[in-house]
Design a protein around this ligand. Sequence first.
Ligand code: FES
Ligand SMILES: [Fe+2]
Length: 475
Amino acid sequence: MNTHPLPSTSPEHGEMHHPSDLPAPSDPHRAPYAVRTPGEGSRGDPLAQLVRPGSIHSALYTDETIFKLELERIFHGGWLYIGHESEIAEPGEYRRRQMGRQPVILVRGQDGQVRVLLNRCRHRGAMVCEQDAGKDKVFRCWYHGWTYANTGELISVSGPEGYGASFALSEHSLTPAARVEQYRGFVFASLNGSVPPVIDFLGGAAKIIDLLIDAAPGGVLSVRAGSNRTTYKGNWKQVGMDGYHPMYVHASVLSTWERHAESGEGLGATHSDNPFGFDSISETRDFGHGHTMLDFRKHRLKHTGKFRAILEKTNGGKEYIEALYAEHEADWADMLIAMAGDPHLGVFPNLQLINNQIRIINPISVDETEVIMFPVLFENASREINALRLRQHESFYGPAGSGSTDDAEIFERVQLGLNASVEPWIDISRGMEREWIDSDGSIVGHITDEVPQRGQMRQWLAMMSPPDAVSEGAH
Ligand code: FES
Ligand SMILES: [Fe+2]
């Protein structure tokens, strides 16, 4: 719902700019099809005025024109996480996914190659793949029967005699995403061919993804345990990376965890002490590019013995521990056991690795978002270890879990509250006076600080606005 007038971009003239008047980004990493208005700079960009150092305008969550620009510039203009290669382990396996508004197919072709193809028939545009997941050698369009190989090539049209000699099947393949790259089995794609390599996009976040991958013996993840999805009536930017809310939104869960911590069992033990307390040593971290982390590493390392004890009394646990120490330096293996494959990382804009899941965020409209959660198993770990991971996932994030439903509820209340737009500014200043820069360049704050929110907004502005508008804000 567009309920806020945007601030004037030319205060001296009192002129009101609409976001559709925005200058298009000149940065090649942004959507290539936007039209740049010559001569516009930072002072002419209303979006630059919506993000202040410690506050943001609620139009970012409610304005439909801004939402459309986000689709163009962030979701259609940058890297997105698409899926994990283990989901399509065999030739012909596919998964239907979204890139912003654009439907795509993640598929492993008969040639073994992983592709991301636009899910749009080259005849008159119908989706050629309507199933969420499957395995086939071909995609056959339901509308008029054009048939594509799982490598994307058009292999036949119905009634070929109706097409002239100049019609070439080879010119009507399913359109591939402009770029597809992997980071250790995590498949990313972009509709913009000018994006930097995905490893550069990930930057310091890559090492945090390793916390999940290396926790699997041999580094082999299995993302084939199904998924659970939820939709909430709120803006996509509300999801995740907030360490300030659990003591309130999840108060009852935290008290349950405290009781379980005494027993040394399951999830409670991994949250010994309150990791979200005002006296916690847990941190928030901003790696740049909008990638942020609720950083429990120091906290959990204090409790490595408890995690090890849980593993040791789980069937296959001793072998699991031995495998990690055989494969990695002792310090890193200690860290892997302490973190239990939970990086708690947000990769801007649509990927989160939280607890035992890979999470994809799909914006549907300015006030509706879909979240899909894929529990991750370790291919070479025992059935009991994987069962423990699944039970942990279900207990908080599952459809009957104790946590995610409360998160969705609070996101909806936020969205409703933002409609009160007389005073439109949202405060994200917590911890600005005490955040610090680590040796790797990441910005660090207390677990309850809004370091992630500020980091995400910096990236949001960098992707939405011309570079000269954000030269001081981005890092
Ligand atoms: S739209 Fe696909 S065959 Fe006609
Ligand atoms: Fe939460």
